[in-house]
Design a protein. Structure first.
Lengths: 329, 237, 409
């Protein structure tokens, strides 16, 4: 029992080493970075953290959706407009309701067209961007502002409350519901899942809808974070919004090898990325170096996590070889 | 493409004849690096694409340290429609031959169809993947060459929108997203001609850029819906 | 399945052919429209005829031959699109011409594609923004072969050899630019005079000529006025990312006392900077300045968070280049001796009232800035042969509040 607890504790500690080491590197290496940066890092991590839930639901089902970021912006435009008439409740209901409706529509189109989800998502990005830019053209400034009496819900402690609620919801759905088990089964082997009686199409549709809920949460924080929402133009630039959370999800899933708690791993991944971002700014490095560092960090983390078994095997063989040599000697 | 172009442009300022070999070699090297990460380190290919785009664009900006690197003016004369069309036809013929009539092409399709079955059939999957990455990198280098001699400059915005444009072109041309037996070399030609005629036609009519994007998005979904082979793909992801 | 795919491909191919033919058909329709515009312009110039000077045939209400100018899609200017379109089309329509649009491109390769599209529209003149000097010889050659006049906007030509090549080209009209480096320098200087010692900058991606020029300007100001640039973020995608960057700046450098926006494509980016500063309670300690100002920033100017905005040059830049090209196309070039190079003046805005006034007078809604009188007396030589290169340049140099206040609507 004690060994089990010890092993479990150790398994939690190993992923935690990543942000701790990064934090120490930047704290020692820079002047301005330190404990005072922690609140900023955490508050900047909330939106990608919530978005990562949406991505996990989609990826677990074996699907792929690059249109989440575009969806967030387009729904954000709608809810800022709604908040003019209905205040904070309008923003809340509009974000989650609108996002769920948009996601349901997406799921419906996916079922209707029966094409790969990645292609669908690329097409939807192009279509949604058009509607987003058309909506913004109705304004005089191409930027919509959220009133302070509404945007407070994106500030502490409300943003933390939303994040905790979203995290709890995700944890429950992913780990303790039949739906959570089914999405993993469908993602693992769709044919087998179908043969055991799971309604695969229904699960995929629900995956879109549930992911929409989390996009709705993220939309609330996104619109209130900077107090405004803007849309520059077409050109599929909104796809970039999904990259950081996607990277966090990939890292989080890789960390599952050490600690079987996806929620914690996602949080660690998002925090680590933000520590790097803030640390590089504290270093005063130019933007190009920030990009290189982020890319190299990702490659290192993914290389290590994907090859832990091989590393272990290599170490074992080296040990065996050394012992052999000792015996021969 | 940007990094190949920038390093190529730097070498072109030493000797103009270095541009082509350097861009292609840099492209090949980057392709090989991608192969190592995907095959040897078994990194997810989509994540690799993201990571490498950060690394390469950052490296390109870092190396560049300016708005762009120009090439000697005499190189602009090399850029002619005849040369571009000639090279395109040449590359197409070579790829069509390799893809359609050589064991290499058949083996590539087999890997796309079912990698495990390909391994059990005795196909050296790793070697073929390395060849695929190298060819892809080399072609990107070739594109960088043409882009540099056309614009007279290399900068880090080269090829920015290309990944999604190429994907859309392939899908509209009828290329299956997962590869496999239905892969064909006609798809890029059909897709690129389709898109180019469409976009130019829409511009001539006076359709704005955002409306063009809407039309492209709808067209992409409709064409893929109509041409996607659902019989050969029991599981649509 | 294969038959269905083949059928669809045939349908799509037919559709494309129809679209192309429709495009060609619309050409003739546009010519007809141009003729109608010519008739309308004639009647309007009759009304304005008493105001024009000189002995040009414009005096008699005659218009030049119909012509077409291609321009980049003005929707890149966001909410100001309507105002710019109205004013630029007024300049062209006043001479009996027509303005057509092509999607804007930002990469060197893309700009060449854009020029090819413009030339395919069978135009008489084009105006565009060259992202880099290196593409200009290629474009010059294309325009010379097509016998199309061309002028550039927002950028000067920095390479003297390329300038020489362009000046040899009989179809080159010149450029209109503003001093990007100077704008950044002035913003840095102003804030330094207000007490800024350490600043963070937000800028466009490396490789964007405007952004790089402003980078040069701010570094020069930093050297001369003794402030330090401690952090930078470039190529930020949206307001949220901008807000994050600003928070990170403030967290990493607690003694930061300045932030400068040198350029951003993120809509609401500067507002996000102001919001971050305000949320941190540092409105009095961090001085915020911006190159390029927008209507949406009024509140922050009112609150004194944004101390200086420098910009307002978009409309005049485009108008001057367009006028330059129109003059060449209709046979009355601004100068017979060669291309005309114009530097438009930047405008400084320090308060919310000034910003509001700027937008009431220009850049928003359907404001007419270039009235018939202005066009015919100061911009188009066909109607006023006394326009010289110097007077043309001076018109752009005078751009600002005084000019706008003097316009009779």
């Amino acid at each position: 029992m004690k060994t089990k607890t010890k092993t479990k504790l150790l398994s939690y500690l190993i992923p935690l080493c990543l942000p701790i080491i990064l934090f120490l590197i930047f704290t020692i290496g820079t002047r301005g970075f330190g404990v005072n940066s922690i609140p900023i890092i955490i508050s900047q991590s909330l939106i990608p953290f919530i978005l990562s839930f949406s991505i996990v639901i989609i990826i677990s089902t074996g699907l792929f959706d690059l249109s989440i970021g575009t969806q967030m912006i387009v729904i954000g435009i709608l809810v800022v407009w709604l908040s003019e008439f209905m205040g904070a409740p309008g923003l809340l209901i509009g974000s989650i309701g609108g996002s769920v409706m948009c996601a349901a529509l997406k799921g419906g189109i996916y079922r209707l067209l029966r094409i790969p989800s990645i292609i669908l998502s690329i097409g939807l990005v192009m279509i949604l961007e058009y509607f987003g830019i058309e909506a913004m053209r109705r304004t005089t400034t191409m930027v919509l502002f959220v009133k302070p009496e509404v945007s407070f819900i994106g500030a502490p402690p409300y943003n933390y409350i939303f994040t905790v609620v979203a995290a709890a919801l995700f944890y429950l759905i992913y780990n303790y519901t039949v739906f959570g088990i089914h999405i993993k089964l469908v993602g693992d082997n769709e044919l087998t899942a179908f043969q055991v009686g799971i309604k695969v199409n229904k699960i995929k549709y629900l995956a879109f809808v549930i992911s929409g809920v989390f996009v709705g949460f993220a939309t609330i924080l996104y619109t209130c974070y900077s107090g405004s929402i803007g849309f520059g133009g077409v050109g599929m630039s909104t796809i970039a919004l999904v990259f950081r959370p996607l990277i966090a999800v990939m890292i989080g899933i890789s960390l599952n090898r050490f600690c079987n708690n996806l929620l914690l791993n996602l949080f660690i991944a998002v925090i680590s990325l933000n520590i790097i971002f803030n640390g590089l700014i504290a270093f005063g490095l130019p933007a190009s170096t920030q990009d290189i560092t982020l890319g190299v960090f990702l490659l290192i983390v993914m290389s290590v996590t994907e090859n832990t078994n091989r590393l272990r095997e290599w170490r074992r063989r080296r040990t065996v070889r050394k012992e052999k040599q000792k015996i021969i000697a | 493409m940007a990094l190949s172009g920038i390093l190529g442009a730097m070498s072109a300022n030493i000797s103009i004849y270095l541009l082509l070999p350097v861009t292609i070699i840099v492209g090949i090297v980057i392709g090989y690096i991608n192969y190592i990460f995907v095959v040897k380190f078994q990194i997810n290919d989509f994540l690799l694409t993201l990571s490498m785009s950060f690394v390469l664009s950052g490296t390109a900006s870092f190396v560049l340290n300016a708005s762009g690197i120009g090439v000697p003016r005499e190189m602009l004369k090399w850029s002619s429609q005849g040369l571009r069309i000639g090279v395109m036809i040449g590359v197409y013929i070579i790829c069509a031959f390799v893809f359609g009539w050589t064991p290499l092409g058949r083996q590539c399709k087999a890997i796309g169809a079912n990698e495990k079955a390909a391994v059990y059939s005795g196909i050296n999957v790793k070697r073929l993947k390395s060849i695929a990455f190298i060819i892809s990198g080399g072609v990107a280098g070739l594109l960088a060459f043409f882009s540099v001699i056309r614009a007279g400059i290399a900068n880090n915005t080269m090829g920015g929108q290309l990944p999604f444009d190429v994907l859309i072109v392939l899908l509209i041309g009828g290329f299956p997203i997962n590869g496999g037996v239905n892969s064909n070399i006609r798809a890029p030609i059909i897709g690129s001609i389709t898109i180019t005629i469409l976009m130019n036609g829409l511009t001539l009519i006076g359709i704005s850029e955002r409306e063009q994007q809407l039309i492209r998005g709808i067209l992409l979904l409709l064409i893929v819906t109509a041409t996607y082979d659902r019989k050969r793909t029991p599981v649509i992801k | 399945m294969r038959k269905k795919g083949n059928l669809l491909k045939t349908v799509v191919a037919l559709l494309l052919i129809i679209v192309s033919i429709a495009g060609c058909a619309s050409e003739s329709q546009q010519n007809q429209t141009a003729n109608e515009n010519e008739a309308q312009s004639e009647s309007s110039s009759d009304r304005a005829g008493s105001e024009s000077n000189g002995t040009a045939s414009g005096d008699a209400g005659e218009l030049p031959e119909p012509f077409k100018i291609a321009c980049y899609d003005l929707s890149v200017h966001g909410a100001a699109e309507d105002c710019y379109r109205i004013n630029l089309e007024r300049i062209v329509n006043a001479c009996g011409g027509e303005l057509v649009y092509v999607p804007m491109q930002y990469t060197p390769d893309g700009v060449i594609d854009m020029i090819e599209q413009m030339l395919a529209l069978d135009v008489d003149g084009i105006m565009f923004m060259p992202t880099t000097d290196s593409i200009l010889p290629t474009i010059a050659k294309m325009c010379e072969e097509a016998q199309v006049y061309f002028g550039t906007v927002y950028r000067s030509v920095r390479d003297s050899e390329i300038q020489g090549i362009l000046e040899q080209n009989p179809y080159y009209c010149g450029y209109t630019t503003e001093d990007d480096a100077g704008a950044a320098y002035d913003v840095g200087k102003y804030l330094a005079e207000q007490g800024m010692t350490k600043c963070a900058v937000i800028n466009l991606e490396v490789g964007d000529v405007g952004g790089d020029d402003r980078d040069i300007g701010i570094k020069k100001a930093a050297e001369e006025f003794g402030f330090e640039i401690v952090a930078e973020a470039r190529g930020l995608a949206d307001a949220a990312e901008t807000a994050k960057a600003c928070e990170s700046f403030m967290a990493a450098h607690p003694d930061l006392d300045g932030m400068i926006n040198l350029g951003t494509y993120a809509m609401g980016g500067v507002e996000a900077m102001a919001t971050s500063i305000s949320n941190a309670g540092k409105e009095d300690t961090i001085l915020l300045g911006t190159c390029d100002f927008y209507q949406s920033q009024q509140e922050w100017f009112d609150k004194g968070v944004i101390r200086i905005g420098r910009g307002g040059q978009h409309l005049i830049d485009n108008a001057m280049t367009l006028s330059n090209v129109v003059n060449a196309v209709i046979g009355t070039p601004v100068s017979e001796d060669g291309p005309t190079y114009v530097t438009a003046s930047n405008v400084n805005v320090f308060t919310g009232d000034e910003l509001r006034e700027w937008y009431e007078r220009t850049d928003s809604g359907q404001n007419i800035v270039f009235t018939d009188k202005v066009i015919k007396t100061s911009l188009i030589k066909y109607f006023n042969p006394e326009i010289t290169q110097d007077s043309f340049k001076q018109f752009a140099a005078d751009w600002g509040f005084d000019f706008l206040r003097s316009i009779e609507q």
